[in-house]
Design a protein around this ligand. Structure first.
Ligand code: ARG
Length: 460
């Protein structure tokens, strides 16, 4: 049987493989709500412009509402032979309202239709992701406020560097997440133009009111060039770029959780809620959720690469290649949502081992910089020279196998005679973090203030 929608030119139906490669209904069915909303807006506008009769518009709207509830109640039978969501909906509309259904597609093509539907879907998804990211930030800032004074080792090169507070570390991720939300908001702002009314590629001869449909669908304005409107997928690329960067941030934290929960490190514990066991090794507590968050980043970045590569060779305007924009994006954005939810859960769940953190913070001569700073401040020694003196003191401590604060004053004076007892005040990790009061620094009072600032912003 030839196709109901375009059968006029065709004598027979497609090969089974043609049908299989062509069908997108298995994934674009997720656009059903946006498709129906956009069709209702289009029909209403056609009637207002006198392009179709008001009665036809009314029965189209009624039929579309019926289809919406059929789909939501799981009573709709999606057919692969009908290729995609647009034709599945239109075909069912014909069953319900008869010939009036045939007027819905006046002055419209699936090319502007799918561009409109997918923009709406991406916009809705951005809103869901933004709310989830705000929840993640809230979990981080809440935990940070509780741990403004909890000292932990700060690392560079994953080598103990200087003591920081656990709260400060958590707030670093709040800042990253704020930038992620900014990127999504930016993508959302740029995507918010309505392609509806661009037709297949050239516009239409009917007197449409594109402002009306744009407004009805919550778009800021109609797109200004019909060729661009139907062949643009920047909104997918931008959203996946924002998603990829967000996923990279989640993955970095997930990697830290994997390291911190390793028994040889043991800075943090996850409860039974976010660990799994081993089928053979009874002692195991594996951070599978963190590992999977780390891995989801791969899929999300893969989807970004996928769409960039699909688009890069396409001449204007629409080509069927563009149907491949949805599967990867839908998969990636749902992977991102799951990763955000898992990280939010793990942040609330994690319990730092405060004693171990504090001990680890002092290992590896982590307050050596504090000692050098003391030499600068108290003895007015130039920093480079203070660095050298401190290096010799560290070497001495290493030789004796003791931490810096276990050296005697005499030991220190052997290296620099002017050193006094006062130096021991800066060698504790607690005093070290307390002293880091520069704006953005790790001092508990800064961390408390920043956590409070964020919680206030997030409460809005
Ligand atoms: N399913 C198609 C897609 O997602 C809809 C547009 C089809 N347009 C066409 N000219 N074949 O891209």
């Amino acid at each position: 049987m030839s196709n109901k929608m375009w059968g006029g030119r065709f004598a027979s139906g497609p090969d089974a493989i043609m049908e299989e490669i062509n069908a997108s209904i298995d994934f674009d069915r997720h656009l059903y709500r946006q498709d129906i909303t956009a069709s209702k807006a289009h029909a209403e506008m056609l009637a207002k412009q006198g392009i179709i009769a008001a009665d036809d518009a009314k029965s189209i709207a009624h039929g579309l509402d019926t289809i919406l509830s059929e789909i939501e109640q799981g009573k709709f039978s999606f057919q692969r032979a009908l290729e995609d969501i647009h034709m599945n909906v239109e075909s069912r509309l014909t069953d319900i309202v008869g010939p009036a259904a045939g007027r819905l597609h006046t002055a419209r093509s699936r090319n502007d239709q799918v561009a409109t539907d997918f923009r709406l879907w991406v916009r809705d998804t951005i809103d869901t992701i933004d709310a989830a990211l705000a929840g993640y930030q809230k979990a981080l800032a809440t935990k940070a406020a509780e741990h403004a004074e909890t000292v932990m080792p700060g690392f560079t090169h994953l080598q103990t560097a200087q003591p920081v507070t656990f709260g400060h570390h958590l707030l670093a991720y709040v800042e990253m997440t704020a930038r992620d939300r900014g990127r999504f908001a930016d993508a959302r702002k740029r995507l918010n133009e309505s392609p509806l009314g661009s037709g297949a590629l050239a516009g239409t001869s009917f007197d449409l009111d594109r402002e009306m449909t744009a407004k009805a669908l919550g778009f800021d304005r109609p797109t200004a060039n019909s060729l661009d409107a139907v062949s643009d997928r920047d909104f997918v690329m931008e959203t996946l770029a924002a998603a990829s960067i967000a996923a990279v941030h989640l993955s970095r934290f997930a990697e830290e959780i994997v390291i911190w929960t390793s028994p040889i490190v043991g800075l943090v514990k996850l409860t039974d809620k976010f660990t799994t066991g081993s089928s053979i090794m009874p002692q195991k507590r594996n951070p599978d959720a963190a590992e999977l968050v780390r891995a989801k980043a791969g899929r999300i970045i893969g989807a970004l690469n996928g769409i960039l590569i699909v688009m890069k060779g396409l001449p204007l305007a629409y080509a069927k290649d563009m149907q491949e924009d949805k599967e990867g994006a839908m998969d990636a954005l749902s992977a991102l949502s799951l990763a955000i939810a898992a990280m939010t859960g793990m942040v609330a769940d994690m319990v730092p081992d405060e004693a171990k953190m504090k001990k680890a913070a002092g290992e590896g001569y982590a307050t050596a910089t504090d000692l050098a700073d003391w030499l600068v401040r108290t003895l007015n020694i130039p920093f480079r020279q203070a660095h050298h003196i401190t290096g010799r003191i560290v070497a001495l401590a290493s030789e004796k196998g003791v931490p810096l604060h276990r050296l005697t004053l005499a030991d220190m004076q052997g290296v620099e005679p002017k050193i006094t007892d006062d130096v021991f005040n800066v060698l504790s990790v607690t005093n070290s973090v307390k002293s880091r009061v520069s704006y953005g620094g790790t001092a508990p009072k800064n961390v408390r203030a920043q956590a409070k600032r964020w919680l206030k912003i997030l409460a809005k």
